[in-house]
Structures are given as C-alpha cells and as structure tokens.
Ligand binder design. Sequence first.
Ligand SMILES: Cc1cc2nc3c(=O)[nH]c(=O)nc-3n(C[C@H](O)[C@H](O)[C@H](O)COP(=O)(O)OP(=O)(O)OC[C@H]3O[C@@H](n4cnc5c(N)ncnc54)[C@H](O)[C@@H]3O)c2cc1C
Length: 368
Amino acid sequence: MRDVEPNAARYSDGMLEQASAPLAPLTTLRVGGPARRMVTATTEQEIVDTVKDCDSRGEPLLILAGGSNLLIGDGGFDGTVLKIATTGVQKQKTCSGMRVGVAAGHDWDTFVAEAVDLGAVGVEALSGIPGSTGATPIQNVGAYGQEVGHSIAWIRALDRSTGEIRGMQSRCLEFGYRDSIFKKNPGKYVVLTVWFGFDPPAAQPADRVSAPIRYAELARALGVAEGERAPLASVRETVLKLRAAKGMVLDPADHDTWSAGSFFTNPVLDAAAFEALAARSASAPPRFDAPDARVKTSAAWLIEQAGYAKGYGSGPATLSTKHTLALTNRGTADAADLLGLAREIRDGVWDRFGVELVPEPVFVGAEL
Ligand SMILES: Cc1cc2nc3c(=O)[nH]c(=O)nc-3n(C[C@H](O)[C@H](O)[C@H](O)COP(=O)(O)OP(=O)(O)OC[C@H]3O[C@@H](n4cnc5c(N)ncnc54)[C@H](O)[C@@H]3O)c2cc1C
C-alpha cells in the first residue's frame, strides 16, 4: 500500500475525506486492514460525485454503509472506501396507500420502528437487522418469514456502467433468497433511495395488525397460528426479543454479536441432492419448499450435526455461544482467524454431508 499520513482528515464541500482510514471499527466483525482513502458522503450529490470521480480515474472503490455484512481482509483496501451516510425519510400518499422513500444510509431498524409507528405493514418481522436501508435490497434481507423485496416498490440508483441515475422497478430487481440484481452484478449499482409501497394504515392504532405470520417460532412466541396476524407493535417487540436471545441484535458489550449475522446461507438443493443428504443423516434434515421444486435446508442444522456446537472454537474467533450460524470475534481476532474457522466448518460440513456451504457476507480482499 502507498505511504500516507495516517488519519489525515480534511473537509471539502462538507465531505469528510480521510487518508489511511481504519476499517475494522466500521464493521460489525471488527476485522480488516485500513483503506488507503475514505470519503464519507452525507448527501446524494456527494455519493454520485465521489463514485464518478473514482470511476473516471480507474480508482478501486468500495461502498460501505453499516459494515454488518462485510468481511474485510487483513491487507485492507487499496483504494477509496465510500461511506454512505445519507439519512432521511419522505412520505407520499397515493391512491392505493403510501409510498415511503428512505435514503440509502438511513439506519434500517430506525426506519422499521418508524414504519411500525406509521402503521405500515410488511417490514415488522425485519426488526433488529443491523445496517443501512440502502444495503437491504443488495441481498434481499430476510428474517422471520419476511423479505425486504416484498415491500420495495422501486429503487433510485446510480448505474456505474452509464453514469446515469435510474429508477428501477421492483419487478426488475430479480429478488430471490438472499439474492437480487445488485448481488448478481456486484459494484454495478449504487443504491441512493429505496422506495417502499405500503397499504393504507388502519385508522385506529388498536386495529393495526401485522402481515400474516409465516414463521413457526415467531407464531409460537406471539401465541397465534401460522398464517394469522398479530398486533403490529407486538410483532416488532417479539422479533427483537427472539433476535436478542440469539445474539442477532448488535450489543457492543456482547462478543456474540461481533459477527456478520449468519455466516452461511441456507443451502437450496434439488430433489436428488436433498435425498442424498437425507441418506447421510441420522435424523431427517429440515426441509422448506423453495422455488423450482427445490428444497431449502438449514445451514445451522448441518453445522451442528457435523459436530460444531454453539461456542465451538478455542481461539479468538469462535462460533457464537447463542447461534451456530454466527462466526464471532471474541475481541482480538483478525480476518485470518475468522477465515480459518469458516474454512474448518465449511470443509467439515462437506466431509460429513457432501453439501457445500456458501458464505453470506461480502468478502473484500479475502477468500475462503
Ligand atoms: C448481528 C447481525 C444480524 C444480522 N441479521 C440478518 C438477518 O436477519 N437477515 C439478513 O438478511 N441479514 C442479516 N444480517 C446481515 C446484514 O445486517 C445485512 O445484510 C444488512 O443489510 C447489511 O447492511 P450494511 O449497511 O451493514 O451493509 P454493508 O455491510 O456496509 O455492505 C454490504 C454490501 O452491500 C454493499 N452496499 C452497501 N450499501 C450500498 C448501497 N447504498 N449501494 C450499493 N451497494 C451497497 C456493500 O458494498 C457490500 O457489498 C445481520 C448482520 C449482523 C451483524
């Protein structure tokens, strides 16, 4: 990496620009080397100008927001990191309900709380997911039976291949399980604003109920049957409680939350591969219907059955003591420690079951 004056910060046109910026504190895994340069953009114009400037100079560019789905290698990033720090929510009434536009850098859970207060239905089960709103469509974040793609109406994004700002309708965004057009074309688009479409809220707060509950554990905790609705605010509170018990709500004092959430996606198998897995398993593997007659099974179950229990590991990187699927930094881990643990688990599951685990976080300067 080029020698630079460490942490030299200067402001130009309101933008914060910093040389040799540490990246580890900007990620929830808290690992990774520094960026050669970091720019923090608090307006859409600053985002667009910085991206276009880097692209015109052929400068490597990394978009970073909440840092909760990033594993940055110990060598850091030899280029510009653009920290998305725009905030703000705009509301529009439409003939069919409500459109809400959220700036890309706006904290996701703050928006979910605002949506629930407004009586907007469709994102309540996504409470407590860390990070920014603009990152949610990248992997179509999902939890407790909801996916963000179902509530997104359209997205305003910068297309780096043309330099144009485009409106992209939801139906063109190719949302799937932890997948989207953005995931399929890494780095091509920069999300500027996410527009959500909601039905009109019930007039009386007491009448505000959630979308039908599609997750057995959540339905049990709420005391309703799957497919029934529950009071909107109760769904948010219950999801937050369930998540906290699994270390899935950020808490700086709790190393179980120094993670990137689920480290591996749930494998989606064709029927023959699922039968082969079942034949190698002592008990029936979890199965959930997936599109195209495929079957989704549980990565957490595979990891546990392959012999890696909660808390597994003796070094500075271990499995969370609350959730098998989260790889965590116990305080002094570096990226190499986390990658070593990830390789051990991926290979152990492959040897035991012949199923390949695919990592969920985005790797920068790192590979399994
Ligand atoms: C404790 C914990 C629990 C989690 N639980 C869940 C969960 O339940 N479900 C789930 O789906 N995920 C979960 N995650 C993962 C993560 O929170 C989400 O993926 C989140 O949307 C990432 O947002 P971020 O702002 O932190 O993105 P970052 O980590 O900053 O970036 C992630 C990727 O998105 C890109 N990106 C970010 N912003 C933009 C933008 N505006 N335009 C274009 N590209 C962009 C980055 O370049 C990078 O490739 C969890 C993570 C943690 C730490």
